[in-house]
Design a binder for this molecule. Sequence first.
Ligand SMILES: O=C(O)[C@H](O)COP(=O)(O)O
Length: 206
Amino acid sequence: MSRILVLVRHGQSEWNLKNLFTGWKDPGLTEKGVEEAKSAGRKLKEEGFVFDTAFTSELSRAQRTLDLMLEELGQTGLAITRDVALNERDYGDLSGLNKDDARKKWGEEQVHVWRRSYDTPPPGGESLKDTGARVWPYFIHDILPKVMAGGTVVVAAHGNSLRALVMALDGMTPDQIVAEEIATGVPILYRLNADTTVAEKRVLKD
Ligand SMILES: O=C(O)[C@H](O)COP(=O)(O)O
């Protein structure tokens, strides 16, 4: 019974590099992002992971990251389920704006609240709570049963869709989640107990 869940945020995107709010926009990976994805795959291979199934969002940066990891793992034929529920938080009216320009316009504190608070949505977009309201049910109905069946499951997704998942798995409060950052291309491993609680968590940093 392995009950392993691996979460990976996509590698650096073109808009991460340009420091733009991205949300549901769909830029590709940079060269560095491609390298980060390959390196995540190599780390998982070194650890001996063989996945039973994979999940990703409907955005190409997460899909490409997953494909590159699976190539490194020699698992290109793996079944992949793509679902909009795993997409990045919708950044609404901020999408496409430069993050430093936004700080100049609305102030450092307001922008931080939009980016990291639990329940304050950016204008026209989703709060982390809103993002969780679509990520959590999808996780419970579609992903968790595969893990609980003894599977080894990989999820390639986004900074905030993964913050929502980590919040639930780690039992974090709305205050605690403010400080949680998910790095690009760094696998986060969870091994679950038979009652779905977390037996072990490891972050595969360099
Ligand atoms: O959508 C974005 O801009 C990024 O992927 C995540 O942004 P954040 O660091 O502001 O949450």
